[in-house]
Design a protein around this ligand. Structure first.
Ligand SMILES: [Zn+2]
Length: 322
């Protein structure tokens, strides 16, 4: 299978269709919501109302036999009420003091309201067009910082500023479950507990998505199971989704093509995964070399279309994945 994320589909839907055809893409993840709102008239936060365009594009892709997945990002938003946001170990709300970049703001998965928001987005997506599946983005805690150098093992450095979440809801829930204080727990216990909270949230979303008629529920997750767990709280193999796309982006995390392959194989031991790559990072022959693992993984996923000027070698390389 050949997957493709499409974040900027609205800039040129016709080009997206053409490139999907050229590359033999089987599944498209179509971005419906972003950190600053939805691309349709949402009951929550509307950025632009492109409902008609979404309907038209989804039908056109489906007519070509392409499966279209509604791609939503329910935890990452800049527009919810401040009290719903994650709080770090120093007591700072991510709403006021986001790590890395200004828009890196996440809702706490232990809040019932976060699940209601996510449910609304799922329901709205189901009513918007004929989507085959739903693709969940940014189900994570902000990453603990990486040790230098990047690549290879992706070792993380513990820093309380990047350690989320210690909001009132999390502390109360931890106390109710264990009769202990979350603040007093050793770091590894707190990290495991937050991963459990995220797994519960993801599983609840998957259940609701299936009830709404989505035939496949997937998510993009961080590369390498150990790193995904320690840095971002993602024990995705416990989420119960249909498949996962591992974002093995060399420009984000370092590493070479061998690392991408290793990450794919390690992850494939724990669940059904596709390997995610940035088109701009690929050199001629690399996508074909990666297809050596194709019996073990579900497919390859490209970030992102429309790309503009797809090279002929990429079309040739991807044919090894068809
Ligand atoms: Zn919390």
């Amino acid at each position: 299978m050949i997957f493709a994320w499409s974040r900027s589909w609205h800039q040129n839907p016709d080009l997206l269709l053409r490139e999907v055809r050229e590359l033999g893409v089987t599944d498209v993840f179509l971005l419906l919501t972003d950190y600053d709102g939805a691309y349709y008239r949402s009951s929550l936060w509307t950025k632009r109302d492109l409902s008609l365009e979404i309907k038209r594009l989804t039908s056109a892709l489906a007519e070509e036999g392409v499966r279209v997945h509604a791609w939503i990002t329910p935890m990452r938003t800049t527009r919810a009420e401040k009290r719903l946001y994650m709080v770090n170990r120093l007591g700072q709300s991510i709403y006021d003091d986001p790590p890395y970049i200004e828009t890196y703001k996440f809702l706490c998965p232990n809040r019932a309201e976060t699940l209601s928001i996510a449910e609304s987005l799922l329901r709205e997506a189901a009513g918007l067009a004929e989507f085959y599946g739903v693709h969940l983005g940014y189900l994570q805690y902000p990453e603990l910082p990486l040790e230098k150098p990047l690549a290879e093992g992706l070792y993380v450095r513990y820093d309380p500023k990047y350690d989320y979440c210690y909001c009132e809801a999390c502390r109360a829930k931890f106390k109710a479950e264990t009769e202990r204080e979350l603040f007093d727990e050793p770091k590894d216990v707190a990290l495991r507990w937050r991963a459990k909270a995220l797994a519960g949230f993801a599983s609840a979303l998957a259940q609701r998505a299936r009830r709404l008629g989505f035939k496949a529920v997937s998510a993009h997750v961080h590369p390498g199971p150990q790193y995904a767990h320690t840095a971002a709280g993602q024990t995705w193999w416990e989420w119960g989704l249909d498949f996962y796309v591992v974002t093995a982006y060399r420009s984000n995390w370092g590493g070479d093509l061998g690392w991408v392959k290793r990450v794919a194989l390690e992850s494939a031991q724990l669940g059904r995964v596709a390997i995610g790559v940035r088109i701009a990072e690929l050199s001629p022959g690399e996508a074909a070399q990666l297809s050596e693992v194709r019996g073990r993984v579900l497919g390859i996923s490209l970030f992102q279309l429309p790309y503009g000027g797809i090279p002929q070698w990429l079309i040739r390389d991807l044919s090894t994945w068809a």
